[in-house]
Structures are given as structure tokens and as C-alpha cells.
Design a protein around this ligand. Structure first.
Ligand code: PMP
Length: 458
């Protein structure tokens, strides 16, 4: 137990001195004392199974012993070089990270957060293409900096004053909530329950969404564009998947108009999707720029932009990019240990196996409960979309979703939320989780739904 401050005092300090934006999930916020692998402990000693890993960030487990040891070794050796001096752990890390990406994605820029990585990717796209406009999906989350706010298309994070100029949004090809899509559309072990008339391998929904994409390209000012950003699976929007083949065609259309294609792997990278190390590989595309953060450092603040030598040179011709903390020795030592752990513990394979097991178990709950509209995702990135009933597709009211969420917490399970109505539960645990832990989580979720149905019936 960690008892430096009483719970009531923590709430007081929070209210007086920390950002007033309400970020805590629960009416009585969870006060943590420590974490170990997939487990978190609160200040009263209660244990929780962490199935959201600090918002898809703790990739290999809280306080993983190997990552901790690497951090401890580096902290006693050298913390900081400010990029003007060299230090081998930085170079060893660059070599390790670049080996994980296909040619020609071999030049790395190290920064500190996902927003910073996407800021830099926007600059690169503009510097390289000589164009301004950048396209992203509605529902996308690419950051909260003034520059990336233009790319983020989630109302909650936007302000009505101008920011992120030169950004265009385009329809999100969401095969569950969008106008088109149905069975066989997406790359997931679980398909939507919406029937569609396409034969396997022929997705009319993809063609319909591509027509919308072309419409954005031809009717907006983005006739010649700088770039197109896409998360391989949308995270904040509630684990939204696109129809198979969509990104491949969209990338071609963007390149025909002089733009570069950017994969935002902040949530999907580092093996989380199971079948592949990077999310873009699941769409069979090769981006020009890849951005990564969150899981890259298992919770340590670090991020990266990886691009081609050609694009890197276009940026260097136009400005001197400098970042005091980006790629500092601590981050690099930790980043190296994370990559080693993913490999040594076969965590990508675990994501595939345990993730698929979990998806199929949640799909059974979808068939059991009228208020689960959709179960989707890939590997250990899972979304459970709550609806009033399957026929109407209407989102379950937020207060009801809140109650189910809170009940899961009370039974020792922490999960996340997403979607424009906050109607989707998001599940993205550390990649070390086991099948018995999945069984526990599914049982807790099921009990919370039963409690909810009983409350509703009263
Ligand atoms: N891209 C994606 C896909 C994200 O989910 C996030 C964070 N939710 C970001 C970018 C921004 O990362 P950060 O919070 O580290 O700035």
C-alpha cells in the first residue's frame, strides 16, 4: 500500500491544481498504488485486472522486470545528451527499431508523444509534397496539439476556434455504424451481424466508401494534397475497422494526387494486432511515413516517426528539426528492452492467440445479449459496441454504459471507452495476458450485463 496522501486530500489537490477537464472514468476516481504486469492495485489494496493498459500503452506489462532493469541500468549511466552528443544506447535502439520496418522506411525521428510524432509527420508531408491539405477520417484521433487538432475529428476534443488549418475530414468507412457494410467486410475473426449481399472476397461496401473518398478528393480544396492519415484500426472512435481493401485503394488515390500516406500506429503497432507487427501490414499497404507512441515505451514517454530517406531529406532541406528530449538515453534503453521482451516472450503471437480467443468469447455474449450490437477488432484490440437493441442500432444511453463500466470495476476489471457517444467498450490489455484472465474478464462483463438487465426489468 502507498499511503503518502489520504484519498480525500488527493481529490482536493486534483480539484484545486490539476487540469479541470473531467478525465476520471468513475464518479469515485481510482487511486492507484502500484502495478505489476497486467494487474493494478489501489490504495486500499484491491486488485484489478487491467484490460485497457493505461489507454493501450503498457504493451508488455506494468513494471516489467526486464524493462525496469534496463531503465535502472541507464539511469545510473547517463540520462541526457540533448542530441548534440552521441551515446551507443541511442544508436543501438535506432538499429533495432529500423529492423522492424520494411524498406524504404528506415529513417527515424525520435520525439516524446503521439501528438508530437503526428505534428512532425504533417510537417514532413507538406515539406515533401509542396502541398498543404491533409485528409483524415471522421472519428480519427491523431493528437491534441494545435497542429494535430485539425486531424482529430472527435467533437469532444475540438474547439470552435480555428486550429489545424489545411485539414480536411472524410467519411469514416465504418462497416458497423456507417451506411454500408456487413458480413465478410472486415479483417476480424468476428464479423458484423449485419447481413450483406456480397460474396466473400467482393466487398461492395468498400467500393461505396471509396466513392465517398473520391468525392472528398475532388470537391474539397484538397485537389492536390499533402497527405492522408489513417489509423489501421481507429482506437478512440471505438475500435472501428474499415472494409478490406479500402486503405490500399485510398493510398493509390492519394498518391495520384501528389500526397504521401501516413499510418498512425500509436495504438496498433508493436504486435498488438497479432497477425502482423504493424497495423498497416494487415491492410497490405506500405505507408510513406509511420508514427508510433504509447506501446513503444510501455508507458515511458517516447514516440517516433519513421520515414523514407527521400522524405527525411525533403524535411531537412526546409528546416532544422530539433527536439531536446526526443531519443534521450532513458527512452532508448527502455524502447530497446520493450522490443526484446516482445520478441523473447512471443507477445505478438500471444496477441494473436489470446486475442482471437477473447474475440470469439465476446462474440458469444453478443449473441446472448440484445444490448451488444457489435464485437470487433483484431488481436488484443477489441471493441464491444453497446446498443439499445440490435434492430435499431441506436447507441445505449451513456448513463447505462457508465453503470456497466462501473460494475466491471467493482468486480475487479478495468476496461476503456470509445466512440462518439462513448457507447463502445474498448479492451486492449498488456500483451502478456493469459486465457484464464480472459475467462475472468468475460465472466465479469457477463455478470455486469446480467445486473444491468435486471435493473432495466425493474
Ligand atoms: N494517435 C493515436 C491513434 C492516439 O490514440 C493518440 C492518443 N490517444 C495519439 C495519436 C496522441 O498521442 P499522445 O497522447 O501521446 O499525444
Amino acid at each position: 500500500r502507498y499511503q503518502s496522501l489520504a484519498y480525500s486530500r488527493v481529490l482536493e489537490i486534483h480539484e484545486q491544481h490539476l487540469s479541470p477537464v473531467p478525465t476520471a472514468y468513475f464518479p469515485t476516481p481510482l487511486l492507484l498504488s502500484q502495478g505489476h504486469m497486467e494487474w493494478l492495485f489501489d490504495y486500499e489494496g484491491n486488485r484489478y485486472l487491467d484490460f485497457f493498459s493505461g489507454i493501450v500503452t503498457v504493451s508488455v506489462g506494468h513494471c516489467h522486470p526486464k524493462v525496469n532493469a534496463a531503465a535502472q541500468k541507464q539511469i545510473g549511466r547517463l540520462w541526457h545528451t540533448s542530441t548534440v552528443f552521441f551515446h551507443p544506447p541511442i544508436h543501438e535502439y535506432a538499429e533495432k527499431l529500423s529492423a522492424l520496418l520494411p524498406e524504404p522506411l528506415k529513417v527515424i525521428f525520435l520525439v516524446n508523444s503521439g501528438s508530437e510524432a503526428n505534428d512532425l509527420a504533417m510537417l514532413m508531408a507538406r515539406a515533401h509534397s509542396n502541398n498543404t491539405d491533409i485528409i483524415s477520417f471522421r472519428g480519427a484521433y491523431h493528437g491534441c496539439s494545435p497542429y494535430t487538432l485539425g486531424l482529430t475529428n472527435v467533437g469532444l476534443f475540438k474547439m470552435e476556434l480555428s486550429s489545424g488549418m489545411g485539414c480536411q475530414s472524410t467519411m469514416c468507412p465504418d462497416v458497423f455504424r456507417g451506411p454500408w457494410g456487413g458480413s465478410h467486410c472486415r479483417d476480424s475473426p468476428v464479423q458484423t451481424i449485419r447481413k450483406c449481399s456480397c460474396a466473400p472476397g467482393c466487398c461492395q461496401a468498400k467500393d461505396q466508401y471509396i466513392e465517398q473518398f473520391k468525392d472528398t478528393l475532388s470537391t474539397s480544396v484538397a485537389k492536390s494534397i499533402a497527405g492522408f492519415f489513417a489509423e489501421p484500426i481507429q482506437g478512440v472512435n471505438g475500435v472501428v475497422q474499415y472494409p478490406k481493401g479500402f486503405l490500399k485503394e485510398a493510398f493509390e488515390l492519394v498518391r495520384e494526387r501528389g500526397g504521401v500516406c501516413i499510418a498512425d500506429e500509436v495504438q496498433t503497432g508493436f504486435g498488438r494486432l497479432g497477425s502482423h507487427f504493424w497495423g498497416f501490414q494487415t491492410h497490405d499497404v506500405l505507408p510513406d511515413i509511420v508514427t508510433m507512441a504509447k506501446g513503444i515505451g510501455n508507458g515511458f514517454p517516447m514516440a517516433a516517426v519513421v520515414t523514407t530517406p527521400e522524405i527525411a531529406k525533403s524535411l531537412a532541406r526546409r528546416l532544422h528539426h530539433f527536439n531536446t528530449f526526443g531519443g534521450n538515453p532513458m527512452a532508448c534503453a527502455i524502447g530497446s528492452a520493450v522490443i526484446e521482451v516482445i520478441k523473447e516472450e512471443n507477445l505478438q503471437e500471444n496477441s494473436q492467440e489470446v486475442g482471437t480467443y477473447m474475440l470469439l468469447k465476446f462474440a458469444k455474449l453478443r449473441d446472448e445479449f440484445e444490448i451488444i450490437g457489435d464485437v470487433r477488432g483484431k488481436g488484443l484490440m477489441v471493441g464491444i459496441e453497446m446498443v439499445k437493441d440490435k434492430a435499431s442500432h441506436q447507441p445505449l444511453p451513456c448513463e447505462e454504459v457508465n453503470q456497466i463500466h462501473q460494475d466491471c470495476k467493482c468486480m475487479g476489471l478495468l476496461i476503456g471507452r470509445g466512440g462518439i457517444f462513448s457507447q463502445t467498450f474498448r479492451i486492449a490489455p498488456s500483451m502478456c495476458i493469459t486465457k484464464p484472465e480472459v475467462d475472468f474478464a468475460v465472466e465479469v462483463f457477463r455478470s455486469a450485463l446480467i445486473q444491468h438487465m435486471e435493473r432495466r426489468a425493474k
